[in-house]
Write a protein that binds this ligand. Structure first.
Ligand code: V47
Length: 353
């Protein structure tokens, strides 16, 4: 049986076979991935209505790809007060937004209580608002800074109302590439351990992959395999989110930019390899809305959301800072031949638009 036949027959493929899929014709690969997508989701494309809040950009770590943290290239440091954050939260809840996605830089000046208190304030005032907060990189940073074990910190997150964890900080698990692009940050083993422990608490999370910089195809496949292995054990990942590297205002020099062709192949392969992850997210912030719409035919079944305001990728050149208008977003999904389905943060269907 060749690889395509194995995929069609629902058999799991290994590392070498997954890597070999990159040699397939893009449209053949797209068909294979689309069949897998349609088995699970038909023509439905999911999105949610959420708001990203990035409360501080002061960071103790120095990731070469990051344009968000305050540095020589971005001298404007900020840390929001709790009042400022609550002001945003009050506003979004009034407008019917159901999820807040809070990710910060690794700021050694705020104190652990600053994080826990804001979660408590949000969930006390708005028990129904879903709080997706703290990447595994932040969890690791907070544990080191405030001498907590992962278990202790994860319990504090649960106690203070964090509902799910975002997938940030995964970057690329290959240790050599990781050492070059984000030396000193949470290791791959630690990132996976934190998510495993989070899942063991009955909680869900996402997992990202930063690609299109210096990593090789084999590193992407390795990344997917490590995700698949953990997902076999816990089942706790809601979605895989490939993030296309944005190249402005940072310190990671990349000579050749990734093509749309390679992005779509990577999306399609992730749908095929990650046979145990239900949702593949085409995060339009880093892929552009147009390519995200095309990616729906290459395995992606989720377009994230309207975003409203985003700072991390916007700082590195993504045209995402002001989100997209809901009605236009819905219309674009319809026009591309898919069914827009508004979902909640854990993929319950809320409304077929
Ligand atoms: O971890 C930083 C990435 C991530 C760049 O879980 C960059 O639902 C591209 O994780 N080019 C944060 N990417 C964002 C994130 C995320 C986004 C949307 C949804 C979810 C979710 C999670 O942004 C970081 C890092 O990998 N990032 N700089 C850059 N120059």
């Amino acid at each position: 049986m060749n690889i395509a036949e194995k995929v069609r027959a629902g058999q799991r493929i290994d590392f070498d076979e997954a890597l070999a899929l990159y040699e397939y014709d893009l449209f053949e690969l797209g068909e294979l991935a689309d069949a897998k997508r349609q088995e699970r989701h038909g023509k439905k494309s999911y999105f949610n209505i959420n708001r990203h809040i990035n409360p501080t950009n002061i960071c103790k770590d120095v990731c070469k790809f990051c344009a968000y943290s305050a540095s020589r290239k971005n001298p404007n440091q900020y840390t929001m007060s709790h009042d400022e954050i609550m002001h945003i939260v009050d506003d979004i809840v009034q407008r019917g937004i159901k999820e807040v996605h809070m990710v910060s830089a690794h700021n050694p000046q705020t104190g652990l209580q600053w994080y826990l208190d804001i979660f408590k304030k949000i969930t006390t005032r708005y028990p129904d608002l879903h709080v997706k907060a703290l990447t595994a990189a932040e969890v690791h940073f907070l544990c080191e800074e405030y001498h907590k074990s992962y278990d202790e910190l994860l319990d504090l997150m649960v106690a203070n109302g964090v509902d799910s964890m975002p997938g940030g900080g995964a970057e690329i698990f290959d240790e050599t590439v990781r050492e070059y692009i984000c030396k000193g940050k949470v290791s791959s083993r630690q990132w996976l351990e934190i998510h495993k422990k989070w899942h063991e608490r009955g909680k869900m999370s996402n997992v990202t992959m930063l690609f299109g910089h210096i990593e090789k195809r084999k590193d992407r496949i390795d990344h997917m395999m490590r995700i698949r292995d953990l997902q076999d054990i816990t089942g706790g990942f809601n979605a895989f989110i490939p993030l296309v590297y944005q190249s402005e205002n940072n310190y990671l020099n990349v000579s050749e930019f990734i093509t749309a062709h390679e992005i779509l192949k990577t999306m399609a392969i992730s749908r095929i390899v990650l046979d145990n992850v239900a949702n593949i997210k085409a995060y339009w912030v880093t892929s552009t809305v147009n390519l995200a719409l095309v990616a729906q035919e290459f395995g992606a079944n989720d377009l994230d959301g309207t975003i409203e305001k985003e700072s991390i990728n916007a700082a590195a050149g993504a045209a995402s800072a002001h989100g997209v208008v809901l009605q236009e977003f819905v219309q674009l999904i319809k026009n591309s031949g898919f069914i827009p389905v508004e979902r909640d943060s854990v993929y319950n269907e809320l409304k077929i638009w």
